[in-house]
Design a protein. Structure first.
Length: 663
């Protein structure tokens, strides 16, 4: 919120001058008038003269900071706001402007310090607590953030933003049910708030609380119908919709709403349009070497890096230069170090704004920019809205369309993204021949742990699912219970560490006639320990419509067969793609009924399951899914086709796979 270009109405301490010399005051008056007319450059010049003539007047600096902010002169705006606040530490308007500017420029620690420096005699209003809570959220101090938002709600019980941020803080504290209630409150207060309706349903799904499922879906449909003015849409993550249904058209429509909002916001914040020329990228391409930039917050111990690291290492450097743009935290892990070493350049963008990061990418001459976040946590999709590279694509981390006109391609494969599904994507489909997902053949293949170590019955048939709880829908869980009923003595092994969610699932099972002891819950463990325990299961039961991705790859790597249901949406087709890439397409069925029947047959006819497990075990290193050398060559060829169209002056177009012949 920008301060008004006039003197504060709050009485000021007597030692804070309100007015400078006559000449300075005249320049200030003229600057304020020019700013109100929208003549910002002239206004800034007048206000700068006022601060030079009377540098001891905080109001002059405050108004100068506001004008510089509107001119997108962020660094200078911060300097002016800091001068205003230093001269009058009791002025919360100056404090909050400085904090907003620092926060916008990803300088959260300085922003928190500025809040702490506000004179203790100045009352802390709702805006103050909202800023503190938001900064603590960025610092991942969830408990402190939640307390700050509660302070806001004490003063303003119907504050929508406070409820929203409190909901996110509670979700990060794993209090998913309470989080859902925060968003339901917003949806009641403001029925057109699409984001609130989305998050209410999403966090209820995390809690496996299905009691209000129908009402949540009705609120969601109602809020979507009210999105008649795209300029008024609130922020939300289309990711949350992927686990709710298999409606790829809805996923696209929602993504288009959010992408348009991001584009408007970023272009306005940059104070200019997107890039339209990329001379340094063209020079590099003409010289025969394509600079490829990858943007992610997850270049650390994370599924994205576990899958992609070997591909980054292997991309041929005579044809490609690999630059990683990281805006996430450095966890100090061995995988982080390996990711840094895998790149020709590793750029830390954690303290850059979207505009600054886009400028750096443009200056680096990146020809192909790859988004590896989508609408997942800590996204930087706004960077792509500024078009810092001539060719921009989505790959690996986000299983749907971005709905963005500023992203040219989505990388998939013939099963994951068949060309006949083109209408589900705003991007052009670019197909790899076998599978869109890489693997790292250098990763561990540890010795299997024991069932005793995992708390599993020694002789029972063990069904397993290691997907997160929000993917466990009521229809899927009911199907699992029917399978357990038809396979006497079997158990279901789930990755649900939260005691509250375990209790909810046990209650759901009891309602369906399944004893609570037939559900076994696994804790979160290290990646190595997780791989070692996977062979103790007999069959992995995938969720629907959002199925297993990296989790499926892990299971197949360790010889655990996966049963999945193939759907329409991207997120409902990943496991089918992976199964095809290991020569087991028959484990991807096209209906819930077929899924249930095959699960029971595999559990009761041990010979068939033994054949599948032997295939995975004996041929693991021969299977296309785990052939990273082949994958990297195919990805490089696809990158070259994308950039080649731009080099030749051609627009983006669908790029069907060129070859599916096994190596």
């Amino acid at each position: 919120m920008s301060p008004a270009l006039s003197a504060p109405t709050r009485p000021q301490p007597p030692n804070v001058p309100q007015r400078g010399s006559p000449g300075a005051h005249q320049q200030w008056t003229q600057g304020v008038a020019l700013a109100r007319q929208g003549r910002l450059a002239e206004a800034a010049a007048c206000l700068e003269r006022a601060t030079r003539q009377s540098p001891h007047v905080p109001l002059y600096w405050l108004n100068l900071a506001s004008v510089r902010r509107k001119l997108f002169r962020s660094s200078e705006a911060i300097d002016a706001a800091r001068r205003a606040f230093t001269l009058n530490a009791s002025d919360d308007t100056a404090c909050h402007l400085l904090v907003e500017l620092l926060r916008t420029n990803n300088r959260g620690a300085e922003a928190l310090q500025a809040l702490d420096e506000l004179d203790e005699r100045t009352p802390r209003n709702a805006r103050h607590w909202l800023l503190r809570g938001s900064l603590l959220m960025t610092a991942q101090e969830w408990q402190g953030a939640a307390l700050a938002f509660l302070q806001v709600l004490q003063a303003k019980p119907a504050d929508i933003e406070a409820y929203q941020q409190l909901g996110f803080a509670l979700a990060n504290l794993r209090r998913f049910g309470d989080s859902a209630e925060c968003f339901r409150t917003i949806a009641i207060l403001e029925p057109s708030h699409f984001g609130a309706a989305v998050y209410a349903a999403h966090y209820a799904a995390w809690a496996c609380d299905w009691a209000q499922g129908e009402a949540d879906m009705q609120r969601l449909a109602g809020a979507l119908a009210l999105q008649t003015d795209p300029t008024q849409t609130t922020s939300f993550s289309p990711f949350c919709l992927l686990s709710m249904n298999d409606d790829a058209g809805l996923h696209r429509a929602a993504a288009e709403i959010e992408a348009a909002r991001i584009e408007r916001l970023v272009i306005a914040g940059a104070g200019r349009g997107a890039y339209t020329a990329w001379p340094r990228a063209a020079e590099a391409v003409a010289a025969g070497r394509i600079r490829v930039g990858f943007v992610s917050a997850d270049f650390r111990t994370h599924a994205t890096s576990m899958l992609a690291v070997r591909t980054f290492e292997r991309l041929p450097r005579d044809r490609f230069e690999v630059v990683l743009y990281s805006h996430g935290s450095d966890d100090g892990s061995a995988l982080r170090q390996r990711m840094v070493a895998a790149a020709d350049r590793f750029v830390d963008c954690s303290e850059m704004s979207a505009t600054e990061q886009a400028q750096a990418i443009h200056d680096d001459g990146i020809a192909l920019l790859v988004d590896m976040s989508g609408y997942t946590g800590n996204t930087r999709l706004g960077v792509f809205a500024l078009r810092p590279a001539p060719v921009q694509t989505l790959w690996l981390a986000y299983p749907s369309t971005l709905g963005a006109r500023f992203v040219d391609y989505v990388i998939g494969d013939p099963i994951l993204t068949p060309l006949e599904h083109a209408e589900d994507f705003t991007e052009k489909i670019a197909q790899l021949p076998v599978c869109y997902e890489p693997t790292d053949p250098l990763r561990e293949h540890p010795e299997a742990s024991s069932r005793a170590d995992a708390g599993l019955p020694e002789h029972a048939f063990v069904f397993a699912c290691f997907n997160q709880s929000y993917k466990i829908t009521e229809p899927v869980f009911s199907r699992w219970c029917r399978i357990l009923e038809r396979v006497p003595g079997s158990v279901l092994w789930l990755l649900v560490p939260q005691v509250e969610i375990q209790a909810a699932l046990r209650a759901h099972a009891a309602e369906r006639g399944i004893a609570s002891e037939r559900l076994v819950f696994a804790p979160f463990v290290t990646p190595s320990e997780h791989l070692a325990r996977l062979p103790q299961a007999d069959l992995f039961l995938d969720t629907f419509p959002y199925g297993a991705h990296t989790t499926c790859s892990d299971a197949l790597w360790m010889g655990l067969p996966v049963l999945t249901q193939l759907g329409r949406s991207f997120s409902a087709r990943v496991a089918a793609s992976l199964l095809s890439a290991v020569g087991l397409p028959e484990l991807a069925v096209d209906s819930g009924e077929a899924y249930e029947e095959l699960a029971v047959r595999l559990a009761t006819e041990p010979g068939e399951l033994a054949r599948v497990r032997a295939h995975l075990s004996e041929k693991r290193l021969e299977l296309p899914l785990f052939d990273n050398e082949r994958f990297t060559g195919e990805l490089g060829a696809l990158f070259a086709r994308m950039v080649g169209r731009w080099r030749d002056g051609l627009p983006p177009a669908a790029l069907p796979c060129e070859d599916r012949t096994p190596a």
